[in-house]
Design a protein around this ligand. Structure first.
Ligand SMILES: [Mn+2]
Length: 360
């Protein structure tokens, strides 16, 4: 297992890389170029500068996240080929600089979604990301976009780029009548184009689950259960076509038994990377994010780490979102302190599991 950390680049991430390096056991990053709109070809000089900076801090950069898929690809519009060509060029550039895994998603319009980015946790006064579908009903899609932008503390949020969301009403209309199977046809077209390139240059694509793990605003969503990911793997069967198994996203639906899903895809070698996060269920389609400690939420972190150990022990993982604690100001979900605590806790579980099983 390689423990990694999400970092937005020195221009917009308030956390210096040396702080990341100081977290015990941190091997590298799940990095991203924060300012890249979906569909653009990532310029080689910017990729090189980012990765050189990470290496100079003594960290690896074998995983890149948020290479976002342009909406025209998901909608299957004729213009998709141009955006797929840009995507392929970006894959080749990233591979050239040592990237082994690219994390993306195929969610129409909305990437992850929350109804509150800083919900105070009454027990201890910290805050975390929160979702209650009842609040969503009152807001509607345009209002949720406005609120999310307003409450992000001035930070950019991946998947919520203003230029993409400016066209929101038009885009929502274009999805009217699209079924999950129709979206899968477009997904296959994308995978058939990019996966052979990945095989050629030693990169694995890792698809992130829908977050939360059910359809929203009537949009088709095709990545929120074991069955969905079985279908995804079958669209283009290759070791390069994998899952980014995010425990908090998939786990927002209690019907998803996360350790069992990890074992299912781990045994098939279809986990490219993992996001590990705990959540607390508060009701139906109602949850908040919790500290990584099992007792803080409803996911069993020991069982999750044991499933990784048993079926995909060489995978990349990162502590996913953290709470905001100790009065830290930062990007919602991506502060330093709670994610560092999370990494340390997960490393502790890992050491204990390794020792119990005769390893180091
Ligand atoms: Mn995630």
């Amino acid at each position: 297992m390689k423990m990694t950390f999400r970092w937005y680049g020195s221009q917009t991430d308030p956390i210096p890389l040396r702080y990341v390096k100081q977290i015990p056991g941190m091997s590298g990053l799940m990095g991203l170029l924060d300012n890249k709109a979906a569909g653009v070809d990532w310029p080689e000089e910017e990729v090189r500068a980012y990765i050189d900076e990470v290496h100079a801090a003594g960290l690896e950069c074998e995983v890149i996240e948020s290479v976002n898929v342009h909406e025209d690809i998901k909608m299957g519009l004729p213009t998709r080929d141009e955006y797929i060509a840009n995507y392929i060029s970006t894959i080749r550039t990233l591979a050239k600089y040592g990237v082994k895994v690219i994390i993306y998603n195929f969610m129409p319009v909305f990437d992850w979604l929350r109804t509150d980015l800083a919900r105070v946790i009454p027990e201890d006064g910290s805050n975390s990301l929160y979702f209650d579908e009842r609040d969503l009903g009152e807001m509607g899609p345009l209002e949720i976009v406005r609120r999310t932008a307003e409450n992000s503390g001035g930070f950019t949020l991946p998947g919520w780029e203003p230029e993409r969301l400016a066209q929101l009403e038009t885009t929502l209309k274009q999805y009217e009548g699209m079924t999950p199977d129709m979206l899968r046809v477009n997904f296959k077209y994308f995978l058939d184009a990019v996966i052979p390139v990945c095989e050629e240059c030693g990169v694995r694509m890792a698809c992130h689950p829908d977050d939360p793990a059910w359809p929203i605003f009537g949009l088709p969503r095709i990545a929120h259960s074991q069955d969905d990911f079985d279908k995804m793997c079958a669209l283009h069967d290759s070791p390069a076509n994998t899952v980014c198994l995010c425990t908090g996203s998939l786990g927002s639906d209690p019907a998803n038994d996360i350790p069992s899903v990890i074992r299912h895809f781990g045994e098939k070698d279809r986990i490219g990377a993992m996001h590990v996060r705990n959540i607390k269920f508060l009701g139906e389609h109602h949850f908040r994010e919790a500290s990584h400690l099992s007792a803080s939420g409803d996911l069993d972190m020991y069982a999750i780490m044991k499933a990784i150990y048993d079926t995909c022990p060489d995978t990349y993982i990162r502590p996913d979102h953290g709470r905001m604690i100790w009065d830290e100001k930062g990007r919602p979900g991506y502060g330093l302190y709670d994610r560092a605590l999370g990494a340390t806790y997960l490393n502790g579980l890992w050491e204990a599991i390794c020792r119990e099983n005769g390893g180091k």
